[in-house]
Write a protein that binds this ligand. Structure first.
Ligand code: FAD
Length: 316
């Protein structure tokens, strides 16, 4: 079922989770162990992130280095199918522009359609580790909106080979990313909002946000979206804090701020177990306020900490 149908039929705030594919070498069981404790909360859907290949330098026996391409977390599409099969829950594979030609994207979409997957979250992706800024694959898409338009075309039965006749239409529900604290490359919030509006006007069914730790930023973002004519549901993305290290890694990686009260409370913690307690309480308070405000879905980035998410959702 489509994410937008879950939202439209809901009588209250829904819950969804986001997971990473297991690291190459770990079996699918590691993923199930992660998800098992979360399934009692009956998530409406589960997102599975996409991780592109990276160039790494591998040391050879003679001491020199060899440049090799590795993909640390393959399998997004098949993991979605496995989760649907095992738990009977809808899944949302993330699909990115980076590393894909348009033909490869079309093949991926056809495979997802054959697997019975009704949803995609379309994203640009970040620059590859060896690039200073995002470079599209030759014959690939530059922005998420270009990928979105390809999905919209396929939903109308328009394939890249335009002379195909009597084609079958896909029926993907399409989500896109939004940034309450602005995408880090956007010159200002207005410009970022105009690009988000363009994605919605081109056919996005809903927006899911980058993580934030200050609900005020989400509420202001939703207001700004509404003022700019972005009328689709805006799903808040939420992440737990459980280590002191995240005080610096989260702002560096995701270009977000941590509120002073939260950072002070974390700095005062003696151990990571203490940080996890502070982070859990913070996430619970955020979730309660968002739920009270009537957000459509609470979308949790579970990434390695299903127990924290389980404690929060149980107490909601
Ligand atoms: P876009 O919408 O293309 O925007 C990128 C930048 O370009 C923005 O600054 C925007 O303002 C600007 N822009 C957009 N259109 C135009 C235009 N026509 N002309 C000029 N400027 C334009 N990354 C992964 O690799 N895998 C994942 O699974 C993944 N999941 C994510 C899930 C969520 C909820 C979020 C918020 C992010 C996720 N990301 C993921 C990260 C994402 O790929 C990066 O944030 C990326 O840098 C931007 O992606 P986007 O889809 O927002 O890009």
């Amino acid at each position: 079922m489509k994410v937008i149908d879950h939202i439209n039929r809901a009588t209250g705030t829904l819950v969804s989770f986001e997971i990473l594919p297991p690291l190459k070498g770990k079996g699918i069981q590691s993923l199930y162990q992660h998800l098992d404790p979360l399934m009692e909360f009956k998530p409406s859907f589960i997102n599975v992130t996409y991780h592109r290949s990276e160039h790494v330098f591998k040391k050879k026996a003679d001491g020199t280095f060899e440049k090799v391409v590795v993909r640390k977390r393959p399998g997004t599409e098949s993991i979605c199918a496995s989760i649907m099969n095992k738990y009977n829950v809808d899944t949302v594979p993330h699909l990115i522009c980076g590393g894909f030609s348009v033909n490869e994207t079309e093949d991926a979409l056809i495979n997802l359609n054959y697997l019975g997957i009704d949803n995609v979250l379309v994203l640009r992706g970040d620059a590859a580790k060896n690039e200073t800024s995002f470079e599209p694959e030759p014959g690939g898409h530059q922005y998420a909106i270009d990928l979105l338009k390809q999905v919209v075309n396929l939903n109308s039965g328009l394939y890249l080979e335009e002379d195909l006749k009597n084609t079958s239409q896909t029926k993907f529900c399409i989500g896109v990313a939004g940034y309450p604290e602005k995408h880090f490359e956007a010159p200002n919030m207005d410009s970022d909002l105009q690009h988000l509006k363009a994605k919605v006007d081109a056919g996005a069914d809903y927006v899911v946000t980058q993580m934030f730790f200050d609900n005020k930023k989400y509420f202001e973002f939703v207001n700004a979206c509404r003022k700019n004519g972005i009328d689709v549901p805006i799903i808040p993305g939420l992440k737990p804090i459980y280590t002191k290290k995240q005080l610096t890694t989260l702002p560096k990686t995701f270009h977000i701020d941590l509120p002073t009260d939260l950072s002070n409370a974390i700095i005062a913690c003696k151990t990571d177990a203490d940080v996890e307690k502070v982070g859990t309480e913070w996430l619970l308070a955020q979730s309660k306020e968002l739920k009270k405000a009537g957000v459509p879905v609470l979308h949790y980035y579970t990434l390695g900490r299903p127990n924290v998410i389980a404690n929060v959702v149980r107490d909601l």
